[in-house]
Design a binder for this molecule. Structure first.
Ligand code: GLU
Length: 411
């Protein structure tokens, strides 16, 4: 029989995040008690006014402009400009079916190598692989809050012959939950070597201290800002993300626009109309309450998991934490996660899926296994949350963390 798949693509597996989600759903369906700490999606409902906008625009059935609806792009540009120095205009925005697709098309278009901090989100590297871009990993550790230092980036660049480089920075970070404190230093190196930065800011509105800082403040001229609805608006399944692309990268923008038009054409029309309300409306009350719940839950997980055998950085945004099990003796972090799942029902993703060495006993934990609508409703009037709120509204977090701690103590 003729082979019909390119050899290169046979090396790929389904994306780890989506795979663990489906595996957990399967296990739950056959009656297993599973703590769904593997996949990372917002547990909260979309704000009512945004749902209403979607409903009211269900009749919008025409294709929209390939770059996205003008009114939406203007609204997005305004929202992005609160947080960066680019002064984006509507023409600088490209709307896509999630930022994942836009990142993928960027990798297809980009003529150069990719610099990735390890750990990094699961899909950056496979996307580079598909696009045949070489990846250079920059190892980080909990000592630097899981972000690279300027010097580490510079040392890496000095060893690379091909100097057209794209650096991906993601803060608040998936998988570590930490916020990058040395953006200025990284920006200075980026400037020195004329890097393109892809700043993945999908968790920016879920920064716990509410003082989000974008690296585009320090290097606006060649930083692509990437964000969207999925995380802050509880709308991962709606699939709407966007890029703000500075004028200096117009050539890349033009190419991306063509690739968009030749792949997804344009994003679902009702979702784009609803997104106008998401970015025009005032959702600070909703966001405050979401952040209060996430930061309290993250803190609960941090305090209850941290021990003399579990190293862990305190979460600062988003909904992940990245524990290291210092006494675990498995050949790979993937083996370790399988053991945890079998013995406790806790689903985690191994550090190796995020670019760590196989023998680093680190795993990502997403503390989103609760019903956000119920948690929001039950804590409506509360200024401060306490452990009783977690016990009542997020029992799987309490039980799953206890089971994981017990597992680590039994090693
Ligand atoms: N970003 C989420 C995660 O890391 C899920 C979305 C995805 O991977 O496509 O779990």
């Amino acid at each position: 029989m003729n082979k019909i798949i390119k050899d290169q693509l046979k090396k790929l597996k389904p994306s780890a995040t989506l795979q663990i989600n489906e595996e957990c759903n399967r296990l739950k369906k056959i009656g297993k008690k599973i703590y769904k700490f593997g996949f990372g999606q917002s547990p909260f409902p979309v704000p009512d006014s945004v749902i209403l906008a979607l409903r009211n625009n269900a009749n919008k059935n025409m294709y929209l402009p390939m770059q996205g609806l003008e009114e939406l792009r203007a609204t997005i540009a305004k929202d992005l400009n609160k947080n960066n120095n680019n002064q984006f205009e509507s023409e600088d925005i490209i709307v896509g079916p999630g930022t994942k697709e836009l990142m993928f098309l960027t990798q297809i278009a980009f003529d150069g190598d990719i610099l990735l901090p390890a750990p990094s989100w699961v899909s950056y590297e496979p996307q580079a692989f598909i696009a045949k871009n070489k990846v250079h990993w920059i190892k980080t550790s909990s000592n630097t809050n899981w972000f690279p230092t300027g010097k580490q980036i510079e040392d890496k660049i000095k060893n690379i012959k091909y100097k057209n480089l794209l650096l991906i920075i993601n803060s608040p970070n998936n998988p570590s939950g930490t916020v990058c404190k040395n953006l200025k230093e990284i920006a200075a190196i980026a400037k020195k070597y004329n890097l393109v930065i892809l700043s993945d800011e999908i968790y920016s509105k879920l920064t716990f201290d509410k003082n989000y800082l974008s690296i585009s403040n320090f290097y606006p001229e060649r930083t692509i800002v990437s964000t969207g609805l999925s995380k802050w608006c509880g709308a991962g399944g709606w699939r709407l993300g966007f890029f703000g692309i500075p004028k200096e990268l117009n050539e890349l923008k033009k190419s991306l626009k063509i690739l968009c038009s030749e792949s997804f054409s344009s994003v679902s029309a009702p979702v784009q109309y609803a997104a106008i309300e998401a970015y025009k409306g005032n959702h600070s009350e909703y966001l405050n309450r979401v952040i209060k719940i996430l930061s309290f839950t993250g803190d609960y997980v941090y305090k209850n998991l941290k021990s003399n055998v579990i190293n862990i950085a305190k979460p600062e945004g988003g909904f992940y934490i990245f524990p290291e099990f210092t006494n675990a003796k498995f050949s790979t972090s993937s083996e370790m996660c399988k053991d945890i799942l079998n013995k406790t029902g806790v689903a985690l993703l191994p550090g190796s899926d995020f670019g760590l060495e196989n023998d680093q006993m680190v795993a990502r934990l997403s503390y989103t296994d609760f019903d956000g609508a119920i948690f929001l409703k039950n804590t409506l009037g509360s200024n401060k949350l306490d452990n009783e709120d977690i016990k009542k509204n997020a029992p799987n977090i309490v039980d799953g963390i206890a089971a994981l701690k017990e597992w680590s103590n039994s090693l």
